[in-house]
Design a protein around this ligand. Structure first.
Ligand code: SLL
Length: 172
């Protein structure tokens, strides 16, 4: 277990969510008809497209990420959702925005501590330019405006990595 001093490796990720307004028919079919949206919160390789179905291959980040735990609002049953393989994502329905705590655990050979990042789950689109920005569009308006996307770019930086982990990183 030798650390390679002075070496830094960065891996780009994106994290965030997409959300769509449910149709009345979809709402009526739910056990919770007060839910207005379906959403997906995810951590992905920055090389992948936010809502693509691509798993594995160049977009796989499981060679350095072992687990992602999404902590949802306490109104959800089992708010801690642990995902152990890609796609690292959770899809749910709901009615409100809240802060999602995202804990990223790295593969054991990295010797790295888990990190925690935060994402504000966004359901409501911004008002069109020229209208009152304080207002939230009605569900009817929002449905016409299409899916909401809210993503952040970030880089996970490994300093002085262990030689065997460095080999794994550089092989991808
Ligand atoms: C709000 N601070 O008041 C936020 C809380 C909670 C969101 C939002 C569904 C929960 C469930 C849900 O959307 N919770 O029924 O399981 O806007």
């Amino acid at each position: 277990k030798v650390r390679q001093r002075g070496i830094t490796v960065a891996r780009p990720i994106i994290y965030g969510n997409t959300a769509v307004v449910l149709t009345q028919k979809e709402r009526d079919a739910l056990p919770t008809p007060d839910h207005t949206h379906r959403w997906t919160v995810a951590v992905r390789s920055a090389a992948s497209v936010p809502d693509s179905d691509i798993v594995g291959g160049a977009d796989d980040i499981s060679y350095f990420i072992k687990r992602v735990t999404f902590k949802l609002h306490d109104t959800y049953s089992n708010p801690n959702r642990s995902i152990d393989k890609p796609p690292f994502e959770v899809s749910e329905t709901g009615w409100g925005e809240f802060e999602v705590q995202i804990r990223i655990t790295f593969v054991p050979e990295s010797g790295e501590k888990a990190i925690t990042i935060y994402h504000h789950l966004k359901l409501h689109p911004w008002m069109p330019v020229g209208t009152d920005p304080i207002e939230t569009p009605s569900l009817e308006q929002a449905a016409k405006m299409g899916p909401v996307h809210s993503w952040q770019y970030d880089e996970i930086i490994f300093h002085d990595p262990f030689q065997n982990f460095l080999n794994v990183l550089l092989a991808h």
